[in-house]
Design a protein around this ligand. Structure first.
Ligand code: COA
Ligand code: MG
Length: 312
């Protein structure tokens, strides 16, 4: 998967020991389906879940689902090698989600197992497996730079609030301010190391759409571009909030159209609706247009609508 084109607004966990939910996942539209072998599976079901998940990845899925991931158990659990050995047998696997990543060596371990397994199997021709690291402890926040720099296979970071709260004895409040430092560190590190995907905490109140929407907006404002989901009912809101809104697309296209004219006239700074536009604002507009295209918006028709826009 070309990392620059990653669209991972939603990452939906599907418990690997639940055949019912594994079946259900085939009818759901998430950007990334993450079959879980970690905390939603009890120790006595771990071995069975590996087989159920492997079978689920082997099944065809709707083309809207671009990415099929497995969340393995942490490297320190001693279960990761067994998880990887089973799920890497499937040619449909695109991504490994690694929990409790605390240092670069966790990612090196997973990478080494992947290269060893794939080079000794007939699936050597399959596209490279991308990695996503769960950041869920004080130690992992302190080691973010080394984690981000550890391997080019790393395509994103996830903030996991439950284990992070456990580690730091945090009491979570609706404002999420107690996570401000950790969440901001994650999006900043991802940006510094050019990782395209930053995925925010799970909203455990899965029956309350308003709470979910507020959390999504909060994460988007902070620079996250996706959210972990635990229930199918969360997907619609998450996709809506993490795609550019109609208003954002209109604004971005107007800026891009007028900026092209301003550049031809030799003007680096100009104004739109009473606000100054210069290079960083124009670049942000271009990024919104690119994201809208990835999300399936017909940007060309919006552009036709705004072709008369002029720099003021
Ligand atoms: N993936 C796939 N299907 C799911 C799902 C999920 N994460 N969560 C619910 N569903 C399905 C159910 O199987 C049910 O399908 P059906 O009606 O066709 O049988 C439908 O969606 C409605 O589910 P509902 O009855 O509202 O939920 P529930 O009470 O069965 O389960 C949870 C609620 C929270 C226990 C469940 O959503 C879940 O286990 N989520 C994932 C938890 C997880 O992975 N945690 C670890 C990562 S943080
Ligand atoms: Mg966790």
């Amino acid at each position: 998967m070309a990392t620059s084109n990653i669209l991972r607004r939603s990452l939906l966990y599907v418990p690997g020991s639940s055949q019912r939910m594994l079946d259900k996942s085939r009818s759901l539209v998430a950007d990334c389906i993450a079959y879980d072998l970690e905390d939603s599976v009890t120790p006595s079901r771990k071995a069975d879940a590996r087989i159920l998940v492997r079978n689920a990845i082997d099944q065809p899925l709707p083309s809207e689902i671009k990415e099929r991931a497995v969340r393995i158990n942490s490297v320190s659990s001693g279960l990761a090698l067994g998880d990887l050995t089973e799920v890497l047998k499937s040619p449909n696997l695109s991504t490994i989600v690694i929990p409790k990543v605390e240092s670069a060596s966790d990612l090196h371990f997973v990478n080494d197992v992947i290269s060893h397994t794939l080079s000794s199997s007939s699936s050597a021709q399959q596209p490279p497996i991308s990695l996503i690291a769960l950041i869920e402890s004080a130690k992992s926040i302190m080691n973010l730079s080394a984690i981000c720099a550890s391997t080019p296979s790393l395509s994103g970071l996830i903030f996991a609030a439950a284990d992070f709260s456990l580690d730091l004895s945090i009491t979570q409040t609706p404002s999420l301010t107690e996570f401000l430092y950790a969440r901001s560190a994650i999006v900043t590190a991802a940006r510094a190391y050019n990782l395209p995907s930053t995925i925010d905490l799970v909203c455990t109140e899965f029956k309350d759409e308003d709470v979910l929407r507020d959390e999504c907006l909060n994460g988007k404002r902070m620079g996250f571009n996706g959210k972990q989901c635990i229930h199918p009912s969360q997907l619609g809101t998450v996709h809506e909030v993490f795609a550019p809104s109609g208003g954002e697309v209109d604004w971005a296209v107007r800026v891009v159209v007028a900026d092209e004219k301003a550049a031809r006239a030799g003007r680096g700074a100009w104004s739109l609706d009473g606000k100054m536009i210069d290079v960083p604002v124009a670049e942000r507009a271009k990024a919104i247009v690119k994201k809208a295209t990835l999300c399936g918006v017909d940007v060309e028709s919006v552009r036709r609508r705004w072709k008369v826009e002029e720099p003021q």
